[in-house]
Design a protein. Structure first.
Length: 101
């Protein structure tokens, strides 16, 4: 029973960072999923794969895992690098790249 602690990435549909500031603890699957032969659904007998807990900080999530004796691994988030770009840079006389249409 291993848990993964991570902070989810922001959604690609919006530019905001809603729902990406919390830390998530979810259990990794213990056995692989299988396909139901009659209906064709993907099924799993692993009930812990349905558990997904939210914490405000990474330390709270790690403390919960340690307190309950759950093996865990922490996945650090990748911070995006933002370039400072101004619209007026398109019209500078000393542009690095030539203006093309």
């Amino acid at each position: 029973m291993t848990a993964r602690i991570f902070r989810p990435a922001k959604t690609a549909m919006q530019s905001g960072k809603a729902k990406s500031q919390v830390w998530i603890l979810e259990f990794e699957p213990e056995k692989p999923r299988s396909i139901d032969p009659i209906m064709g659904y993907t099924t799993s007998g692993d009930m812990k794969s349905q558990i997904r807990m939210q914490f405000d900080t990474r330390e709270e999530a790690v403390a919960y895992a340690v307190r309950n004796g759950v093996e865990h691994r922490v996945v650090e988030p990748k911070e995006s690098k933002r370039r400072k770009v101004a619209y007026s840079d398109n019209f500078r006389f000393d542009r690095k790249q030539p203006w093309t249409h």
